[in-house]
Design a protein around this ligand. Structure first.
Ligand code: IPM
Ligand code: MN
Length: 398
C-alpha cells in the first residue's frame, strides 16, 4: 500500500469547484486500488486574505515543504485582492512555493485530444487536429521578470518581511518609474534546458517529423538574459547528440506555434514568455479549461490547472474540470515515477484513458467545449469511466 501525503490548496474563485472534482477522482482511486492519499486541505488565496487578513495560516509553507509528497493547487488571484505594497494577495502561496521550494520547471503540455472542438476553424477544414498538436512547454519558473515578486513572496511565506527594491536611475526617462529586474542565470538556465532534453528523450518527437527536438524560445536578438539562455541551450545541447535543436525568437514563435504547431516537440523558455505562450497555446487544445501543469523541483512537485480563478464564473458550477483532472494525472504519474510505484503509474495511464474516451464520446461537456454540462457532471462522468476501467483491470489481474 502506498500512502501519499497530499496538501490541497483550493484557493480562489473557481479553484474550490475544480478541486472538488479532483477529490472525487482521488476517492475513486482509493476505492479501487491500494493507493491512499492522506489529505491536508489548507484555505488560502486572495479571498481568504480579504476575509482573514492572511494569505494562508501560519505554518502552511513549512507544511508544504516538510510534510507533503505532492501539492495540488486550484487557483490564486482575486480582483481587488492586493497587499498594501501592491503585490498579489495569495502570491505567498503560488509564487512563494514556486520560489521557496525551488520548483524551477513549469511543465505545461499542449495536446489536442480527439473529439475536442476548438474555437478557431476556417471555411474548409479544422486548422488543428489531434495529429498536429502535441507539444510540451517548459517554462523557467524561479527567475526572469518574475524574480523580484517571487523573492518577496517566498520571504513572506517564510515569515520574513521583505525589504523593497532600491531606487535606480534610468537615463533619459522622466518622472516616476517602476521596474522589475529580469535576472537569468547560467545555473537556472541549465536546469530547465537539461530537463527539456530529458523530456524529449521520452516523448514521440514532433508530430510533423517524429524526430525528438528541443526548441529554445527567447529574444536573444535584444536581451542579454536571453543571450545567456541561448548560449546555455547550445552548450547543454551538445550533451544530447541524438536530439534535434532548434531556436526561435518569441515573437516569431507565437506565430509559428499557432500556424504550424506540428513542428514542435519540447519548447524551453524563460518565465514570462512561458506564461504568455501557454495561455495562447491553450487555444490549440480547446482552451484554458484543458490546460494542465506541473511545477517541479528536485524535491517537490506542485500541480495546478493553468486557468486561474476565473472570477466571472466563480460559484456557477460551469467551468471545465479537465485541466485539474489532467493535473492530478500528472501528479500521480510523477509520484509513481519518483517512488517506483507501478500501480500509481498504471492509474495515471487509466486517468488519461478515461479523459480521452470521455472527450471522444463528447456528450457531456462544459460550455467552453460547446456543451451544456456542469463542472460536476463532467467530473462525475470521468470518475465513472475511471472506476469502470479500474474495475476491469482488477478483474484481469485476479
Ligand atoms: C500562471 C498564473 C500565475 C503566473 C499568476 C497567478 C501569478 O498566470 O500560473 O500562469 O503568472 O505565473
Ligand atoms: Mn499565466
Amino acid at each position: 500500500m502506498s500512502a501519499y501525503r497530499l496538501t490541497i490548496l483550493p484557493g480562489d474563485g473557481t479553484g474550490p469547484e475544480v478541486i472538488k472534482e479532483a477529490e472525487k477522482l482521488l476517492n475513486c482511486i482509493e476505492n479501487h486500488t491500494e493507493l491512499v492519499f492522506d489529505r491536508t486541505i489548507i484555505p488560502c488565496g486572495g479571498q481568504h486574505w480579504l476575509e482573514t487578513g492572511e494569505e494562508w495560516p501560519a505554518g502552511s509553507f513549512e507544511h508544504c515543504r516538510d510534510n507533503s509528497d505532492a501539492i495540488l493547487l486550484g487557483a490564486i488571484g482575486w480582483p481587488g485582492a492586493n497587499l498594501p505594497n501592491g503585490d498579489l494577495a495569495g502570491g505567498q502561496v503560488i509564487l512563494g512555493l514556486r520560489s521557496g521550494l525551488n520548483l524551477y520547471a513549469n511543465v505545461r503540455p499542449i495536446k489536442l485530444y480527439e473529439g475536442v472542438k476548438h474555437k478557431i476553424h476556417d471555411n474548409f477544414t479544422q486548422v488543428w487536429s489531434p495529429t498536429n498538436v502535441d507539444l510540451l512547454v517548459l517554462r523557467e519558473n524561479t527567475e526572469g521578470l518574475y524574480h523580484s515578486l517571487l523573492r518577496r513572496s517566498s520571504l513572506r511565506a517564510q515569515g520574513i518581511e521583505p525589504e523593497e527594491v532600491e531606487e535606480m536611475e534610468f537615463g533619459g526617462i522622466e518622472g516616476e518609474v517602476a521596474w522589475d529586474a529580469r535576472p537569468i542565470s547560467e545555473n537556472g538556465s541549465k536546469k530547465i534546458i537539461r530537463l527539456g532534453f530529458e523530456y524529449a528523450k521520452r516523448r514521440n518527437g514532433s508530430p510533423s517529423t517524429g524526430e525528438s527536438t528541443v526548441t529554445c524560445v527567447d529574444k536573444s536578438n535584444v536581451t542579454r538574459g536571453c543571450q545567456l539562455f541561448r548560449r546555455v541551450f547550445h552548450e547543454v545541447g551538445e550533451e544530447y547528440p541524438g536530439i534535434g535543436k532548434d531556436a526561435a525568437y518569441i515573437d516569431a514563435f507565437t506565430m509559428w506555434m499557432v500556424r504550424n504547431p506540428e513542428w514542435f516537440d519540447v519548447v524551453v523558455t524563460s518565465n514570462m514568455f512561458g506564461d504568455i505562450v501557454t495561455d495562447l497555446g491553450s487555444v490549440l487544445q480547446g482552451g484554458m479549461g484543458m490546460a494542465a501543469s506541473a511545477n517541479l523541483g528536485d524535491e517537490h512537485g506542485l500541480f495546478e490547472p493553468v486557468h486561474g480563478s476565473s472570477p466571472k464564473y466563480a460559484g456557477k458550477g460551469k467551468v471545465n474540470p479537465i485541466a485539474t483532472i489532467n493535473s492530478v494525472q500528472m501528479m500521480i504519474e510523477w509520484l509513481g515515477m519518483r517512488h517506483d510505484d507501478e500501480e500509481a503509474i498504471q492509474v495515471s495511464e487509466l486517468i488519461e484513458r478515461a479523459v480521452s474516451e470521455h472527450l471522444q464520446d463528447g456528450s457531456i461537456l462544459t460550455y467552453d467545449l460547446g456543451g451544456k454540462a456542469s463542472t460536476s457532471d463532467v467530473g462525475s462522468s470521468i470518475v465513472e469511466r475511471l472506476s469502470k476501467l479500474l474495475e476491469s483491470q482488477q478483474a484481469h489481474s485476479v
